[in-house]
Write a protein that binds this ligand. Structure first.
Ligand SMILES: NC(=O)c1ccc[n+]([C@@H]2O[C@H](COP(=O)([O-])OP(=O)(O)OC[C@H]3O[C@@H](n4cnc5c(N)ncnc54)[C@H](OP(=O)(O)O)[C@@H]3O)[C@@H](O)[C@H]2O)c1
Length: 270
């Protein structure tokens, strides 16, 4: 199988690319920091999912390497941490442009190829944040929720063309780079949300550093792609995070209390 993968220079995208290579697939990986060439048995091409021209050039170059795409795995993502009040619209746009519109742009280039070929598999890296909100991650959470709704539409529309869709919903995993976890510019000393922000971001850092094994997640993605029928959802999270998703579907007062206590410490109390 020929698999294209975005956001493959770091974190879960990199681990998934390696696992897909190990599973015997031809992997064509894209990221902004890549220049064209081969490394670790993976073909690399420059790709910026926020640019139509860059996606176009990536697709043309990938089709020269291998004349088709059987699967597309989309991992490109960035995070801006900040309060809803102080995260600027420009910061919201930056997150949406990569995590949501970038994913849509990429699909719009690949869907015609898959349709003409009679099928394909599209794997979208969402998150547990695609299912529930977490304090100070509103931009990221909004983008992942948008992806979740979009993916349901995509799966239904494309089924008759033999195109299958899978949402990967990871909880915290190790290996992601801090470069892609920026703080909103307004979250300095003067922010009225400062104490809660520091509490939540240190909790988020700790959870990622002690998170699940990215190698195992990469292998799970590779195993799923081998199946004739792929599941619509692949949730890979700790028992706590599964519980948080379960509580989310219950009464909101309970869910909010648990998450506020967890992320905001004493500030979570009414
Ligand atoms: N790590 C976790 O715990 C976790 C949990 C849930 C979901 N996820 C999701 O998994 C994916 C990977 O996250 P991560 O934290 O593991 O990795 P990461 O270290 O944050 O890597 C992000 C990747 O996205 C690429 N990227 C950023 N902007 C891009 C753009 N405009 N065009 C193309 N590529 C771009 C980066 O490469 P360049 O800078 O070279 O372009 C890099 O390869 C994301 O979608 C994230 O939301 C991760």
């Amino acid at each position: 199988m020929t698999v294209w993968i975005t956001g493959a220079s770091s974190g879960l995208g990199l681990y998934a690319a390696r696992a897909l290579r190990d599973a015997g697939h031809q992997v064509i990986a894209g990221a902004r920091s890549f220049s064209a060439g081969q490394a670790e048995g993976i073909d690399r091409l420059p790709l910026d999912v926020t640019s139509e021209e860059s996606i176009d050039a990536f697709c043309r170059a990938a089709l020269v390497i291998s004349p088709g795409v059987d699967a597309l795995v989309q991992c490109a993502g960035v995070l801006v941490l900040g309060s809803c009040e102080e995260t600027s619209l420009e910061e919201y746009r930056r997150v949406m442009d990569t995590n949501f519109f970038g994913m849509v742009r990429m699909n719009q280039h690949v869907l015609p190829l898959m349709r003409k070929a009679g099928g394909g598999k599209i794997v979208l890296f969402s998150s547990i944040n695609g299912l529930l909100g977490v304090p100070f991650q509103s931009a990221y959470t909004a983008a992942k929720h948008a992806m979740e709704g979009y993916a349901e539409c995509l799966a239904m529309e494309c089924r008759s063309f033999g195109i299958q869709v899978c949402l990967v919903e990871p909880g915290d995993h190790r290996g992601g780079s801090r470069v892609y976890r920026t703080h909103a510019a307004a979250m300095g000393e003067q922010s009225p949300y400062r104490d809660g922000f520091l509490s939540a971001t240190s909790r988020i850092d700790r959870d990622e550093q002690g998170g699940s094994d990215p190698v195992r997640l990469g292998r799970k993605v590779a195993r799923v792609l081998k199946r004739r029928r792929i599941p619509f959802r692949l949730r890979v999270a700790s028992p706590d995070q599964h519980l948080a998703v379960f509580l989310h579907d219950g009464p909101p007062c309970l869910h909010f209390k648990v998450l506020r206590d967890y992320y905001l410490g004493g500030r979570g109390k009414d």
